[in-house]
Design a protein around this ligand. Structure first.
Ligand SMILES: C[S@@+](CC[C@H](N)C(=O)[O-])C[C@H]1O[C@@H](n2cnc3c(N)ncnc32)[C@H](O)[C@@H]1O
Length: 289
């Protein structure tokens, strides 16, 4: 997270070091987020909006509110405020080239294909996966291909499910894919949406990655990009382990440009390109940390 100068304005609310530490403890316990002291100004400016929205005068009162059992929605507002949903179609293109050239040919011979976009934000990542698969495996809408797309933030999952995007985002989609798998929305805005064949490949769901997962895999590929960057090292290593356990032999794990797999999961995963890993055939599941 970078700190924009506008976020360092004069303080409307008193935000003590104790307030920050209490918030950091909660963010870690509930969401695995790592908030170092350097993020204090950013955290202040993001959460000041929540205090205003809830008409609360002190950070301490906001913390008390977050602790209440009927404030699950505010805890989700908290994670929305502390993370970013920035995403785009075909972000980090090399992963989609690997999907197209190395993974899809083998998938074409399988009866069942499972891919997980973990931390899918507003859907551009799973729709990029879907368009790539539809392009390379024209039969995929008729065979057993499923893309699971999950995110902790209900607001982005809703946007992803809607599958509609403003005109400016169309430029990131290769023109042939855009022509085949999207269509203009019936209004003059220039917005576009995914056609049914594209949508049908994807199941969207809300999921906090640091909680138990209600499925078992195995997955042919997992995309978890620009999500673990918010987690502390222990949470990251636990996550890499759990992903390794969820992959089939030779399955792919794609992570974000500034992330690296570290820790025990490296017993089961081998590097296979830029921020790309594959599960070693026959690797026993990594030891959970
Ligand atoms: C920067 S976006 C990345 C979107 C996409 N993967 C990409 O690379 O373009 C990060 C997403 O991770 C989600 N996220 C953050 N913490 C999470 C958690 N504990 N469980 C699930 N999703 C989480 C956020 O809600 C956000 O939508």
């Amino acid at each position: 997270m970078s700190i924009a100068p506008a976020e360092l304005g004069p303080r409307e609310f008193n935000f003590t070091d104790d307030d920050f530490r209490a918030l950091a403890r909660l963010a870690r316990a509930e969401f695995g987020l790592s908030l170092s002291e350097s993020k204090k100004p950013l955290v202040y400016s993001r959460l000041a909006r929540r205090l205003r929205a809830r008409n609360i005068a002190r950070f301490q009162d906001y913390m008390n509110l977050l602790g209440k059992s009927d404030e699950a929605e505010e805890r989700l507002e908290l994670i929305s405020a502390l993370t970013t949903n920035v995403t785009s179609f075909f972000r980090e293109k090399h992963h989609f080239e690997t999907l197209r050239s190395q993974l899809a040919p083998a998938l074409g011979k399988q009866s069942r294909v499972r891919i997980w976009s973990a931390g899918c934000s507003s859907g551009q990542e799973p729709f990029s996966i879907a368009m790539t698969l539809l392009d390379v495996l024209p039969d995929s809408a008729r065979t057993d291909v499923r893309i699971l797309a999950t995110d902790i933030d209900p607001a982005v999952v809703r946007r992803a499910r809607a599958g509609q995007y403003p005109r400016e985002e169309a430029d990131s989609i290769p023109p042939d894919l855009r022509k085949s798998w999207t269509k203009p929305v019936a209004d003059p805005s220039g917005a576009f949406e995914m056609i049914d064949q594209t949508r049908k490949l994807i199941s969207f769901a809300e999921l906090n990655l640091i909680e138990p997962w209600p499925f078992h895999g195995p997955f042919d590929a997992i995309f978890c990009r620009n999500v673990a960057i918010y987690f502390d090292q222990e949470t990251q290593q636990t996550l890499w382990n759990r992903f390794a356990e969820m992959l089939r032999d030779d399955g792919f794990l794609f992570i974000g440009h500034s992330e690296r797999v570290t820790g025990p999961a490296l017993q089961a995963l081998t590097t296979a390109g830029v921020t790309t890993y594959r599960k070693k055939p026959g690797a026993s599941s990594a030891t959970a940390t």
